[in-house]
Design a protein around this ligand. Structure first.
Ligand code: ZN
Ligand code: ZN
Length: 161
């Protein structure tokens, strides 16, 4: 281990210790402040130690940040080794549900044939719009196949309509 790594190691150790001390101190202050705040509700006195919470919460945040920084490598390793399979597993679990929802949404869309004139959703086998009476189906002049009113090409022979 070279000198720089040693220095890095030392810095990290200091970060962990300082982070732990600050986080614990901040937590203690925050709890003291909150406890005083809530106990003052009962007694009717104004909270005297509420400032502790104001000091404690930022201290707790700073301490946790220092700890996270000190344990960054460990956390990164943990996340890489432990969390990735969990994420993959979660994705595997979620994916069928999502695609189910997507196909359900597609189905819902396909369920209603939009009227070319007024846009109302009509039943798939409807021949006329139930809102405005516009014809929803036409007959292909080339092959006689019945096509939906908004079709651009005949789905029976492929001729443009
Ligand atoms: Zn219509
Ligand atoms: Zn046709």
């Amino acid at each position: 281990m070279n000198e720089q790594q040693q220095k890095h190691q030392r810095t990290k150790r200091v970060l962990k210790i300082v982070g732990a001390v600050v986080a614990v101190g901040g937590l203690a202050l925050a709890v003291t402040g909150l406890a005083d705040f809530f106990s003052s509700f009962g007694s009717g006195d104004p909270p005297k130690l509420f400032w502790c919470a104001f000091v404690g919460f930022p201290m707790l945040a700073i301490g946790v940040a220092l700890l996270l920084f000190g344990f960054r490598k460990e956390i990164a390793r943990y996340v890489k080794n432990e969390a990735t399979p969990i994420f993959n597993e979660a994705a595997r679990e979620i994916r069928p549900g999502v695609s189910d929802m997507a196909s359900a949404a597609r189905q819902g869309f396909a369920e209603g044939v939009p009227c070319p004139r007024c846009g109302a959703a009509n039943d798939r086998d409807a021949k006329f719009c139930k809102e405005c009476g516009a014809p929803l189906r036409r007959v292909c002049p080339a092959c006689g196949n019945e096509v939906s009113a908004d079709a651009k090409f005949c789905d029976g022979c492929g001729k443009p309509l």
